[in-house]
Structures are given as structure tokens and as C-alpha cells.
Design a protein around this ligand. Structure first.
Ligand SMILES: Nc1ncnc2c1ncn2[C@@H]1O[C@H](COP(=O)(O)OP(=O)(O)OP(=O)(O)O)[C@@H](O)[C@H]1O
Length: 334
């Protein structure tokens, strides 16, 4: 399977909001669309899915124009799109039907995803134990003695109705919309800001699902502002800045192109003088933990050699590439 996006362009009046964006995916994985607010991510996604008219460019899936007929797509929109006052289960079923999943199979998939995403309690009626007050000094009717269990609390079982969308938090609405996106078992999963508004526990749940979908051979396009999260599983990226792609390609290759310039050193003695003499930029020092910027491998190796020659025990010496966050700030900030 392959997805090819070529020369995607969108204008509103005289303003170009997406300017000639191209990328392709030839194997399963995550393609990340990154960029500052208003850079053009959502507009690009909508054009890719054929939901918004383009001013130029084309998008193909296995050589065919990409749309909901030519590809089994799961789409999580950035904005909330549930009907606020309707039963969640009814609308989940409705959206499932629209994607061609019906009957028992649909109910089975809803159950599976509700459990996986931990949203069962909002979708299905269920029973909850409600603790009530003390039994107090109730007498044991048969013996006339006070109950041995007089100090125990009682639990009443209460039936809880499922929720409507407007009774859910933003994060839980997001999870319901994600559930809907997954009902058709899509080949191409498009997630616009999937992690925004999710707490760390739910972020981990979603991350697990994304990893599993990659392992299942799915193609995922994802926009996000959370660089650390995206970095964990994306293979390729495009960074948009003011409608244009400022960085595009394989993340590892991109990182390599910036060189290994982040150096972290941990020692037992003060090595500030050695760092300064080596011409290395000291960014931060805390309890003999040094965060530095080097020009590359050579400068880092020279510093390490000097430390060893001077019998300094180096507990940690970690030379690494720029993080995605740093690349983003460097390119978009500029
Ligand atoms: N219907 C519209 N009419 C005019 N301009 C629009 C319209 N929709 C979007 N834009 C403009 O297009 C640009 C790109 O918007 P878009 O929503 O794609 O950005 P984004 O990268 O997704 O931003 P964010 O990260 O804030 O969600 C913005 O300048 C926005 O104001």
C-alpha cells in the first residue's frame, strides 16, 4: 500500500495557507505533520481526505485518488463532533453504520474498543455500589441483642444511566471519537491532535493503541504539538511553518543531518574548567551533572580524552542528536 501526497496547495482569497506540500508513505508507520498554530496542518489533513477542496495537488492511495470510497479511513478530527444530547451508544452505532459496519459485528467492535479505551461506563448502563450510612444500633430481631455488625456500612446497588456527549469531559469525548474512528478497522488512520486534552494515563492508553496499529500494518498520519509523544513512534515527519514545509523526511536522517551536538556528562568532581578550556558551551550545571552543546563528535571525544587523562571518573557521558522538540524550535522559531 502507498500514500502519495503531491504539491498540495490551499488558498483563501489571496492568502496561501498550504503551499505545495508533498510527502509519501510506502510502508506502515506514523507520518507526523507538525507545525505551529495556524501553520496549515488541519487544512492539509482535510485536503488529504478529500473533505476540503484543493487549489492544487493530488493525493493517491495505491494509485487511486484517496477518498472514503477508495480507502478504509479512520479519521479523528481536531474539533469535537459528537451530538451533545443524544445517547452515545446510538450515535456510535450510527457512525459505525455509515462506515459499513453493522449488527452483531458492530456491537462486538464497540465493546472491544470501549473496554480498550476505558469508556464502557459512559456508553453502557451499569451498576454502582453506593455506600450508605451506618446500620447504627439496629437490634437483632431474633435474639434481641444488638447486631454484631452494628458499625458496618451498607452498600446499595444503584443503576447508572449511560452519559450523553455533553456530560463527558473533553478528553473522554475525544476517546469516544477515537473509538468511532477505529470501528471500520481502517487501513489509513488520520489523527488530528489525538493527544490534546488527554491526561497521562489516557495518553498511554492511546500510545499503546497506536503502537499496536503500526504492528498491525496500518498507515497513520498524525498532527501534534507534543513532540516527545510523536518522537516515540513516528518514522517520517513534515514540519510546517506558515504554510510551507520547512523540514521533511525520515526523522532519523533529519536528526543525523544536525549532528550529535547534545552532550550530558556526570562526574564526581567539578569539571567546569575542562569544559571551558575545550571550548564546549556549558548550558546547565546541577550537582556535577553538565548539559553542554558541542560542535560534533570530535570536540566531545577530545573533552572525554582530557577528563580520562586527568584521572577524572566519568559516571555518564552521553552524546546525542537534537530532539524533535529542539529541531522544531530551531526551524519554526527561525
Ligand atoms: N475557512 C477558512 N477561511 C479562511 N482562512 C482559514 C479557513 N480555515 C483555515 N484558515 C486559515 O488557514 C491557516 C491554517 O489553518 P489550520 O487550521 O490548517 O492550521 P493548524 O496548523 O491546524 O493550526 P492549529 O495547530 O492551531 O490547529 C490559518 O491561518 C487559518 O486561519
Amino acid at each position: 500500500m502507498s500514500l502519495i501526497v503531491s504539491n498540495l496547495t490551499k488558498k483563501y482569497g489571496s492568502k496561501t495557507v498550504v503551499d505545495n506540500i508533498s510527502f509519501e508513505m510506502n510502508e506502515p508507520g506514523v507520518y507526523a505533520l507538525l507545525g505551529s498554530n495556524g501553520a496549515g496542518k488541519t487544512t492539509s489533513i482535510r485536503m488529504i481526505l478529500g473533505m476540503l477542496e484543493k487549489n492544487g495537488g493530488e493525493v493517491t492511495w495505491n494509485g487511486q485518488p484517496l477518498n472514503f470510497d477508495t480507502c478504509n479511513i479512520g479519521y479523528l478530527a481536531e474539533e469535537r463532533g459528537l451530538y451533545p444530547k443524544y445517547s452515545l451508544l446510538d450515535q456510535i452505532r450510527y457512525f459505525g453504520n455509515l462506515r459499513g459496519v453493522t449488527g452483531k459485528e458492530l456491537d462486538k467492535r464497540i465493546k472491544y474498543w470501549a473496554k480498550r479505551l476505558k469508556v464502557e461506563e459512559y456508553i453502557y448502563p451499569h451498576f454502582e455500589g453506593v455506600e450508605s450510612g451506618k446500620i447504627g444500633s439496629a437490634n437483632n430481631v431474633n435474639s434481641g441483642k444488638k447486631s454484631l455488625f452494628a458499625s458496618r456500612r451498607t452498600a446499595t446497588i444503584k443503576k447508572v444511566k449511560p452519559k450523553t456527549a455533553d456530560q463527558l469531559s473533553k478528553g473522554n469525548q475525544q476517546k469516544i471519537q477515537f473509538l468511532i474512528a477505529m470501528l471500520s478497522n481502517p487501513d489509513l488512520i488520520v489523527l488530528d491532535e489525538p493527544f490534546s486534552g488527554l491526561d497521562p494515563v489516557n495518553t498511554d492508553i492511546l500510545k499503546d493503541v497506536v503502537r499496536e496499529q503500526i504492528a498491525n500494518g496500518k498507515y497513520i498520519i498524525m498532527s501534534s504539538h507534543q513532540m516527545e509523544v510523536v518522537e516515540e513512534f513516528c518514522t517520517d515527519i513534515t514540519i510546517l511553518s506558515r504554510a510551507k514545509a520547512v523540514v521533511s523526511g525520515n526523522l532519523n536522517e533529519i536528526k543525523k543531518s544536525y549532528g550529535r551536538v547534545n552532550l550530558y556528562i556526570k562526574t564526581e568532581v567539578d569539571i567546569t574548567d575542562y569544559i571551558n578550556k575545550a571550548g564546549v558551551e556549558l548550558v546547565n550545571e546541577k550537582d556535577k551533572e553538565y548539559t553542554c552543546k558541542v560542535t560534533g563528535d570530535e570536540q566531545a571525544n577530545a573533552l572525554l580524552r582530557t577528563l580520562i587523562d586527568n584521572n577524572i571518573t566519568v559516571i555518564r557521558f552521553d552524546l546525542s542528536e537534537l530532539s524533535l522538540h529542539e529541531i522544531f524550535v530551531k526551524e519554526v522559531g527561525a
